[in-house]
Design a binder for this molecule. Structure first.
Ligand SMILES: NC(=O)c1ccc[n+]([C@@H]2O[C@H](COP(=O)([O-])OP(=O)(O)OC[C@H]3O[C@@H](n4cnc5c(N)ncnc54)[C@H](OP(=O)(O)O)[C@@H]3O)[C@@H](O)[C@H]2O)c1
Length: 237
């Protein structure tokens, strides 16, 4: 019997890049590539989504809080894709109001799990994907089953790449800042695309100015069907 398709939340991926497509310098520094106006918009997006998702690489490099501070709004649930529970128990995530969930793969390291739970984290134990990392469609389905209807992904590059490769992204929001870095962390890695005809394309898209930056927003044409629509405020962009 074929398995029914998992119910997925609406997934928005948002990142800030330079003109040459870098989301961080070679040393991993990314705060801040975009202008203040774009940062305010990023916080508004956070407030609109039920959850914000990052990879553990971003937690280790940036130690983000992932809270809503530059606009008035509620803090989303924070979720980290963290196969081996590498998130440090003293991460700023745990000092911030709101909940933090860590998606890890089985078997779970019990000592790390206890240390993170002692800081208020909730560990979701998921079976690994083919590469031994968090199976992102399983994670998203798990979030949807807990009534998380919309997820804002805020990086980094590896997490974004897997989500795009697996067609799990419904909307892409890219802030392009008038800066050039040369070598650095590229926003999107290998998607397995070799022919131009295979490029990801958009059903609806628009560019607009956002402070000193240009903001692109588009809905991906071939994404896996979400069980929920975009968050309401995001609809009226
Ligand atoms: N400009 C921006 O908008 C922006 C935003 C965010 C971050 N950044 C920058 O991006 C850099 C971090 O990017 P990154 O690529 O190193 O890290 P990342 O994408 O934040 O995290 C990658 C890690 O997530 C874990 N993971 C678990 N399941 C995964 C899956 N299915 N697919 C992919 N990753 C999975 C893996 O670690 P495990 O195997 O241990 O689970 C992986 O190494 C930093 O320099 C940061 O400053 C920039």
């Amino acid at each position: 019997m074929p398995q029914p398709a998992p119910r997925l939340p609406w997934v928005t991926v948002k990142y800030a890049q330079t003109l040459d497509g870098r989301i961080a310098t070679r040393s991993g520094e990314s705060q801040w590539i975009s202008s203040e106006t774009s940062l305010v918009y990023a916080h508004a997006l956070r407030a609109q989504h039920d959850a914000v998702l990052v990879g553990v690489g971003t937690v280790l490099r940036d130690n983000p809080r992932l809270t809503v501070r530059l606009v008035v709004g509620r803090n989303p649930l924070r979720v980290v894709a963290d196969s081996a529970l590498r998130t440090p128990p003293d991460a700023a995530l745990f000092d911030s109001p709101g909940q933090t969930w860590l998606a890890a793969v089985t078997p779970i390291n019990a000592a790390r799990c206890r240390a993170l739970e002692a800081r208020g984290g909730r560990v979701l134990a998921l079976p690994p994907d083919g590469a031994g990392r968090v199976d992102l469609s399983r994670l998203l389905a798990e979030l949807a089953s807990q009534n998380v209807q919309s997820v804002l992904v805020e990086g980094g590059a590896r997490l974004i790449t897997t989500l795009l490769r697996e067609r799990l992204v419904h909307r892409l929001v890219v802030c392009v800042a008038p800066k050039v870095l040369g070598s650095g962390v590229e926003a999107v890695g290998d998607l397995g695309i070799t022919r131009l005809a295979e490029a990801l394309t958009f059903q609806r898209s628009a560019f607009r100015l956002c402070g000193a930056d240009v903001l692109f927003e588009g809905d991906l044409a071939d994404a896996r069907e979400p069980a929920f629509g975009p968050p309401e405020e995001a609809e009226s962009r």
